[in-house]
Write a protein that binds this ligand. Structure first.
Ligand code: KG4
Ligand code: ZN
Length: 351
């Protein structure tokens, strides 16, 4: 399966093999990040992203085939992210996939980007259904019950900012540059996480939703109150912010695992983490502690497969292909596409 990913600021293509037993292997996984293009703007500029995808995608696809040692004629089908994401970029990848599918006479699989994140743990760790996924990226923060390919139930989401976005905004406010997550984590190492007690929004409520905008505002007010900030102030604010989000994520994950245990008594519990924020070691340590306490297994795929990449799209395409779920060439790109819509479901007669 050839997989194409262009929904944000990574131009990516990969070739993945899925064997008859459902085991996956990555033959190539080529990612070109656009960090340099967007650096001066402090965030991703959609039009620049789309143009860069146009410039590089065909070279990236050729490289993915070359590294995998296959020609385009040899792949069984073409999978591409069809949403959700920045629509200009999604259109570039999906249209390229359609053109290849039409020219080669191969099936097209239109992949939901969130499904690609959700199924990655089956490629890397062979995780069996059902499992719980925590997706924490620049665009999404949600708990999803993964019951099967195409069969998802969202248990909670952010009601405002995504967690990665909160990291990015805090980094901007502390003038640490973009992307903010790694910068905040780095500077937080020399900070005191207990100096400021930032709010933990929604935490007293039982629902599995997140809210990060109040926390971000509290960080801004604290920074303004202390201005001009010393290096130590910046490090302490970053560390205290990170401690707050780690606690929020840990408490919510504990609740989500409790719900899993009550809905699937006796089932092995697995918490799969996906998205760029999974790289954060403070959050990772908090999640490990929660899983040990709950008797759950924590699955964190290798970082290159947690952040956006083509292999996860190829894999999701391969899983859908194996079930006979093909898409028509008139499939429309979708800027928004929740994972638990009924149209993700694979009709029983598809296979
Ligand atoms: O999954 P991803 O690569 O792209 C999408 O958003 O789809 O996630 C990028 C996000 C950015 O917001 C970035 O700041 C955040 O993940 N991130 C981190 C870390 N590394 C990346 N956040 C916290 N700590 C990190 N070490
Ligand atoms: Zn993503």
């Amino acid at each position: 399966m050839l997989g194409i990913e262009t929904s944000c600021d990574e131009t990516a293509a990969a070739v993945v093999l899925r064997d008859e037993f459902g085991k996956g292997s990555i033959r190539s996984n080529v990612v070109r990040s656009q960090l340099d293009e967007h650096a001066a703007f402090g965030g991703v500029v959609p039009e620049l992203a789309a143009r860069a995808h146009v410039t590089y995608l065909d070279h990236i696809i050729a490289q993915a085939c070359r590294e995998a040692g296959v020609s385009l004629d040899e792949v069984d089908a073409i999978a591409a992210t069809a949403g959700p994401g920045l629509i200009g970029g999604v259109l570039v990848g999906l249209t390229t996939a359609k053109a290849l599918a039409a020219a080669l006479g191969k099936p097209l699989i239109a992949v939901n980007h969130l499904e690609a994140h959700a199924l990655t743990a089956r490629l890397t760790d062979g995780v069996q259904f059902p499992y719980l996924m925590l997706l924490v990226s620049g665009g999404h923060s949600q708990f999803v019950l993964v019951r099967g390919v195409g069969d998802y139930q969202r248990w909670g989401s952010t009601i405002d900012d995504a967690l990665g976005e909160a990291f990015d905004k805090v980094a901007k406010l502390l003038t640490l540059g973009h992307p903010g997550g790694p910068a905040v984590e780095r500077i937080a190492r020399s900070g005191d996480p207990k100096r400021f007690k930032f709010p933990r929004p929604l935490l007293r409520e039982a629902r599995l939703d997140f809210s990060f905008s109040g926390l971000k505002t509290a960080v801004r007010l604290q920074a303004e109150a202390l201005a001009p900030l010393s290096d130590q102030d910046v490090a302490d604010i970053a560390a205290s912010f990170q401690a707050a989000v780690a606690e929020i994520v840990a408490v919510r994950s504990r609740q989500a695992l409790e719900r899993f245990a009550s809905e699937f008594p006796g089932q092995a519990m697995r918490l799969v983490v996906a998205g760029g924020v999974a790289a954060n070691q403070t959050i990772g340590a908090a999640l490990r502690a929660v899983c040990v306490e709950a008797g759950a297994t924590l699955v964190v795929p290798p970082m290159a497969l947690c952040t956006d990449n083509g292999a996860m799209v190829a894999w999701a395409g391969a899983e859908r292909f194996a079930l006979g779920a093909l898409d028509d060439l008139d499939f429309t790109a979708r800027p928004r596409w929740p994972l638990d819509l009924d149209d993700m479901r694979i009709e029983p007669d598809a296979a």
